[in-house]
Design a protein around this ligand. Sequence first.
Ligand code: PLP
Length: 232
Amino acid sequence: MTQITDHLAEIRERVARASQTAARPGGSVVIVAVSKQQSTQAIATAFEAGQRHFGESYAQEAVPKLDELKHLDITWHFIGQMQTNKTRVIAERFQWVHTVDREKIALRLNEQRPHFAPPLNVLIQVNQTAEPQKAGVADSEVGRLAGVIRGLPRLALRGMMTIPPLRSTPSETRKLFERLAALHEKLAAEGIVMDTLSMGMSADFESAIAAGSTCVRIGTAIFGARAAPQRR
Ligand SMILES: *Cc1c(COP(=O)(O)O)cnc(C)c1O
């Protein structure tokens, strides 16, 4: 568990250095500690070390962990594939969703977001290379989905998210990050202004920050290896 504290310090240092190299202001990159398949004890240790944003990928796995950690002031990000039968717990228990990929999901989240809570922060997942097994919309579809989300009062459209293909080379990954940043600029010029680009994981977050990421999702580099996924 002390390793988690050390890893976190190291990641913060690397994020700060990458931000500085890219001439980005300090604090412009949020670190989301991806805690899927990690214990609540590991999460509490990271919290102790000052970490506040955590990401989970499986609603069923997340709910008991969120319950157990209710006393901690954690901002929870849902970063897994969206299934229509899981939208309610996500709308009720999370503050951010990175993986909105279709109108139906947006409508359900809007309807199910409790009225006492602030609007749910949402990102549109972009499937930049049209991988068939991966969720997300094509670059050309983002504007339309953004328009739908912006009309929903219980959702706050904050930006876009991407996961590069597993086997991309560093230079291919970098090009995809730059392409998402360019799309972000283009949409802003069209009046769709967003403030968040969720891109970069343990292996490539420095490249993502150089390209303009504002939110890196880091799992193994903080917590170590994960157990095999129990469910999808
Ligand atoms: C698991 C996961 C991560 C974290 O990946 P690491 O390589 O462990 O940093 C980031 N983003 C998403 C969407 C994930 O599912």
